[in-house]
Design a protein around this ligand. Structure first.
Ligand code: GTP
Ligand code: MG
Length: 634
């Protein structure tokens, strides 16, 4: 081994997240008294633990994994090191080796940062931040007190490639196990979660001089437990919190009067202009900074190259955070919810029902609500409607944000487990069957009541916003896109039906989820990634009441001169938070040619239906008998 004798012993621990198989007959029958399980961690506790880790963490670029020995020794001068995670990120053609170091105490990190030096200032802008690099070793000063006795594992997480996932799925024992495996392989990893909170912390640190109370909270899939590895990072910035102040204090900060106090929206846009300039000019790793300030919820989009993630930063959107908490609670309520949502999100992504780009199609958020609604409609229900959680809420659960009541039960330990014992396979089939028959034309869906209702307006798809109940979260979805969704649902339903009937003939064929994803089909164009997109429509850009800056720069203009506004299409930020105001994007000729149209699929679906009917007519064993046969196989 390369390590010198006087170095602390470092072990490389390879954490492969492909888990050993779970005996599937045990899965989902393993209920405890509480639906969420005794190990349930309340959302607030989870967020505060992650924020705390981020406050004690340092991200260090190193020459390679062997430098971790050196790094451990350097860091140990300032205090005990608790954990070290290694990952590689790619910038252009260059790989960067990164180590996230977690100290035992925040003071140790402070000491480390106080001793950190800046490179020569003629080349760069020196910035104080927890993003550093480890320079080549120099002779150690005599008084250096390295914590020689300690050791720390270097944790590396391996995420299976698409090919590995496919292999694993093809070797799964049944569809339920496939669904569980998709979840285990694709869920956000420990490092992924830490890096998201750490990326938030970076912006807090950057603003802390003027705003020591600045708080950046992640929301969306980074924290709602439905996030995939590499999902984007949605953030809310709150510059100050005046709610918890002692109003009897005699000393009061001097402050400037806001220039556009009469219009809080313009004030917010001005603030975001400044923040985006700070990110663009000073904050290490931030690139491709763009301001989308005229959207209903103004956002700053950027890429954090060193933590390798796409970021959307908004201000004053705390209800989005509570929305994520609500989804987190539903994900925790029953072990089947997250795997099912993952499998359906993956199906929708692969069938191009959803897209990373905003537009007139269903978003992951809407799709998740569709799954939750279905799970409320099973018999017996897998999860209760939101109004049950609202009724159970205590005094500690009261929250309001932006004038919206976000009160619901937070501690799931008092919620008992569902009596529903269906397998993941049954639930997946049930999902497709349920929505294949659902009357989207006339009915809207509400997870608040756990029931459908007559649509109050003519949007193609009506999913009630669970917190702002007069809004439809899927108002952006056009009739054509809804039709595509329905057709894909019918297609999936009959694919699964066919798989059941041919189970013993399919040894060599893609089966179960693999047959749904259509791996053999030619790749389709990414919707929305096209220069002719109507940006005004996508972001619902309005004329500014008063230009926030003298040069009138606003809208989707890149901050960075080298970034063209149409190079990268914004993903989630404009989000359907733009809700009711979303405008459709024109489909281009190219997209028309490459997208599979509902009519194409109808042919396929019809064919599949015919197969099923034909085989039943031929007196083949019915589905139940077939399934029994499958069960006996192992
Ligand atoms: P990914 O596709 O993995 O990013 O999922 P996501 O849940 O993070 O979705 P997205 O980034 O599009 O949105 C982030 C969060 O914004 C969601 O989790 C919701 O809390 C909120 N959001 C998204 N779409 C809507 C919408 O249509 N209406 C409202 N009110 N909030 C939305
Ligand atoms: Mg997101």
């Amino acid at each position: 081994m390369l390590f010198p004798q006087n170095m602390p012993l470092l072990r490389t621990l390879k954490c492969n997240i492909i888990l050993p198989r779970i005996p599937f007959h045990l899965y989902n029958r393993n209920y405890c008294h509480s639906g969420a399980g005794e190990s349930f961690v309340p959302f607030d506790a989870l967020v505060s633990q992650r924020r705390n880790e981020a406050r004690r963490s340092l991200l260090v670029e190193v020459a390679g994994l062997p430098s971790s020995v050196d790094l451990h020794q350097v860091c140990s001068q300032y205090g005990a090191v608790q954990k070290m995670f290694h990952y590689t990120t790619r910038q252009g053609s260059v790989n960067k080796e990164m180590i996230l170091v977690e100290f035992d105490k925040a003071e140790s990190l402070e000491r480390a940062l106080q001793s950190t030096r800046s490179p020569p200032i003629d080349r760069i802008i020196p910035v104080h931040s927890p993003f550093v690099w480890l320079s080549a070793s120099q002779p150690a000063p005599r008084n250096r007190k390295a914590n020689i006795g300690s050791s720390t594992d270097i944790i590396q997480e391996t995420v299976p490639s698409d090919e590995e996932l496919q292999l694993q799925l093809s070797q799964s024992r049944d569809l339920s196990e496939q669904i569980q495996n998709v979840y285990e392989c694709q869920k956000l990893t420990e490092l992924g979660s830490r890096l998201r909170f750490f990326t938030c912390r970076q912006v807090e640190v950057a603003l802390s001089g003027l705003f020591p109370q600045a708080c950046i909270l992640p929301f969306g899939s980074s924290v709602n437990s439905f996030g995939r590895v590499n999902c984007d990072l949605d953030m809310i910035l709150e510059l100050f919190d005046v709610s918890n102040q002692d109003s009897t204090q005699r000393l009061v900060f001097q402050a400037k009067k806001s220039r556009s106090a009469a219009n809080p929206r313009i004030t917010m846009q001005r603030h975001m202009e400044v923040i985006s300039d700070i990110l663009d000019n000073f904050v290490p790793g931030c690139s491709q900074v763009r301001k989308i300030l005229a959207a209903r919820v103004p956002i700053i989009k950027y890429r954090q190259d060193l933590t390798d993630m796409e970021c959307d930063l908004s201000m004053a959107n705390r209800s989005g955070f509570y929305m994520s908490e609500m989804l987190y609670l539903y994900g925790s309520m029953d072990k089947r919810v997250r795997p099912l949502v993952f499998a359906i999100r993956k199906w929708a992504k692969d069938r191009h029902v959803t897209s990373p780009y905003a537009g007139r199609w269903v978003t992951n958020f809407s799709l998740t609500l569709l799954v939750l609604f279905y799970l409320m409609k099973t018999s017996p229900p897998v999860i209760p409607p939101l109004q049950t959680l609202i009724k159970l809420a205590g005094d500690d659960d009261v929250r309001t944000a932006d004038g919206i009541n976000c009160t619901f039960l937070r501690d799931l330990r008092i919620v008992t487990a569902s009596d529903n014992k269906q397998s993941l396979e049954d639930l997946l089939r049930g999902f497709f069957e349920f929505y294949d028959k659902f009357s989207f034309k006339e009915r809207g869906l509400s997870i608040v009541r756990g029931d459908d209702f007559v649509k109050p307006e003519h949007s193609a798809l009506y999913i009630q916003n669970p917190l702002e109940r007069e809004l439809n979260v899927s108002r952006n979805v056009t009739l054509e896109e809804l039709e595509r969704l329905r057709t894909e649902i019918t297609h999936a339903r009959y694919r699964l039906e066919e798989y059941t009937q041919h189970i013993e003939e399919q040894e060599q064929q893609p089966w179960g989820l693999l047959s749904l994803w259509g791996t053999s089909r030619k790749p389709q164009a990414h919707r929305g990634l096209n220069a002719s997109i109507d940006w005004q429509g996508v972001f619902h850009i309005q004329e500014q009441e008063t230009p926030p800056t003298s040069n009138k720069q606003l809208n989707v203009l890149p901050v960075h001169a080298a970034t063209k506004s149409n190079e990268k299409v914004p993903s989630n930020g404009e989000k359907a938070r733009n809700n009711t105001k979303f405008q459709p994007v024109e489909r281009t000729k190219m997209l028309k040619e490459e997208l599979i149209m509902p009519s194409d699929l109808n042919g396929l679906v019809t064919k599949l239906k015919r197969n099923v009917v034909q085989k039943n007519a031929n007196g083949r064993k019915n589905k139940k008998q077939k399934m029994n046969k499958v069960m006996y196989k192992w």
